[in-house]
Ligand binder design. Structure first.
Ligand SMILES: [Zn+2]
Length: 274
């Protein structure tokens, strides 16, 4: 014990000695209240989320929560209430979401056990959504055209091979694979809204949806089970890589016979030297 104290003390002193003297500038003498700007940004984002839910009511969603420290308590209470969870479990879930915020812009939370049982989902929106999607149409595309579909699928369940997909079936086809089917459905809907002109997104939002759709399409195709095959049949677009132009194209499946010859010619031209 005697040896620990001086060591700890020396570490603190070392930190202090490296601190440079502070030069006061005009801004520092007239400080802006700490966190004032952040508060405005947070408030603006939360107001927008409230407005979205108000203007686009969704019976499949319990609440949209903006992932921000101050909302931790609201989130935990909701999880405890909805899933009969303890505070320790809800807190663990909240902190677990923090590890996803670099990767995801939004998440729809639901219980796998309650798939297709009329249970509402909780939608979590990360600050990343507002960093990568600045215009409202893009944000609506991500929330209303994508996350709402997840909530609807969780609430109602989906029909594949004339069976309603329940937790029992999901366990048979493995949960991770089911997630790919859900993503394929959500990106299909998101892209159809863009194609119909109902959602006027930015190019980058559309491009990302095309890329993610293709990723999900390939993953579902590779599953090779009857449910995945049926989900693939229901997907509206066929992805086609335009390699020379470094582009990814999506064709409506019903248009494929019409452009078959065109595609064949393209493939012949593109690969004739290889
Ligand atoms: Zn999704």
């Amino acid at each position: 014990m005697k040896r620990i104290l001086p060591t700890a003390l020396s570490i603190i002193l070392a930190c202090c000695s490296s601190t440079k003297p502070i030069q006061l500038t005009e801004t520092q003498l007239n400080p802006i209240p700490v966190g004032a700007q952040e508060q405005t940004i947070k408030q603006k984002r939360e107001n927008l989320l409230e407005e979205i839910l108000e203007q686009n009511p969704c019976k499949h969603i319990k609440k949209i929560i903006y992932y921000e420290d101050e909302n931790k308590d609201t989130f935990c209470k909701l999880i405890e209430q909805e899933y009969n969870a303890t505070r320790a479990q809800s807190t663990k879930l909240w902190h677990g979401l923090a590890t996803r915020q670099e990767e995801y812009a939004a998440l729809t939370l639901s219980s796998r056990q309650q798939t297709a049982q009329g249970k509402q989902s909780i939608c979590v929106i990360f600050p990343k959504l507002f960093q990568i999607r600045e215009n409202k149409e893009d944000i609506l595309s991500c929330i209303v055209d994508h996350e709402y579909i997840h909530a609807k699928d969780n609430f109602e369940g989906i029909i594949l091979c004339n069976e309603k997909i329940t937790n029992e079936i999901i366990k048979k086809i493995k949960p991770l694979n089911y997630q790919d089917i859900l993503e394929l459905r959500a990106y299909s809907h998101q892209l159809e809204q863009i194609e119909k002109g109902k959602r006027k997104t930015s190019k980058s939002c559309k491009k990302e949806a095309i890329y993610k759709y293709t990723e999900a399409y390939i993953r579902v195709r590779d599953q090779k089970n009857k449910y995945a095959n049926q989900a693939l049949k229901q997907a509206p677009y066929f992805p086609f890589p335009d390699i020379p132009n470094d582009k990814l194209l999506l064709y409506r499946k019903e248009n494929l016979p019409k452009i078959k010859e065109q595609l064949r010619k393209y493939l012949k031209e593109s690969f004739k030297d290889k």
